[in-house]
Design a protein around this ligand. Sequence first.
Ligand code: NAD
Ligand code: LMR
Length: 329
Amino acid sequence: MTEPVNVTVTGAAGQIGYALLFRIAAGEMLGPDVPVRLRLLEIPQAVAAAEGTAMELDDCAFPNLAGVEIFDDPVKAFDGVNVALLVGARPRGPGMERADLLEANGGIFGPQGRAINDGAADDVRVLVVGNPANTNALIAASNAPDVPATRFTAMTRLDHNRALSQVAAKTGTPVADIKRLTIWGNHSASQYPDLFRADVGGRPGADVAADTAWLTDEFIPTVAKRGAAIIQARGASSAASAANAAIAHVRDWTLGTPEGDWTSAGLWSSGEYGVPEGLVSSFPVTSDGTGEWKIVEGLDIDEFSRGRIDASVAELVEERDAVRALGLI
Ligand code: NAD
Ligand code: LMR
């Protein structure tokens, strides 16, 4: 049997963790024949709940699940990790300002970044799901100087999938026939879901976007505020759809994106499309199955899109400046 891939999931006893772990163990993330060892990281108060989840994982008798271990110490949880899913984060509490949230999460993602730096396997790949995901990824990457910063990514795949669904509903085009949508910027209400470079069942996305009332009053705000709408409806934030997006992100990163299409992911910027170097921003990305994301280059950006991208990137700059002022990066 090949050596199992070590997958560490933080916040494993939370909602997303519960929707995620069984699908990873079933082989949906890394492939049906790849053995995985799950390593669950939780805070001490939630270790008992994680143990319950581990019992259920055992009870599924997944053929490729090589083991489940539970930790409350990031140093141990990330020792030898190949794939790290950083889901556990501090949610915004009553009366908490954005800076309080950034500081609380800095206390989580700084030490986790250091633990990854010191203990992870050479091929480690990190997906940050916990919010504010882009800036948490920036904090983790900044605390891991020995790991290439491009290995730290933030999840905007859920936004990408939400955009696909909205375009499918508007045009009657099957999701499978909609290509090259992009989420730019931050995983927040400022994000820009970009239809102008898409192909919608053979029709240029710009044609669909020509319905400007729908574009600006429905499509963009529906996608950008979908997370809040789910919280409002469910009384809890998206979990199954977030887990599904995390699986798709890692699967495409490691196994490759389909020919002729791209997806969206928050990646460390080297200055592409005017996004300042060292911000973790969402871009159009491909992977050829060698385990490296590539930002799609050379796209012409129209003026409308430029303004929207710049606005979301400005928010990322503010968040970076705030965590820098707090000494977290
Ligand atoms: P949850 O509250 O159900 O679970 C979070 C878990 O994280 C809890 O079990 C908690 O004990 C654990 N945790 C807290 N601090 C930890 C630490 N330092 N180490 C390990 N575990 C820790 O939340 P959830 O619904 O699973 O959501 C998790 C995060 O994902 C939230 O920040 C949420 O906003 C975010 N989210 C992101 C996206 C996205 O698209 N990027 C989508 C949905 C949710
Ligand atoms: C989502 O997009 O569903 C979440 O990021 C929303 C949230 O604030 O948890």
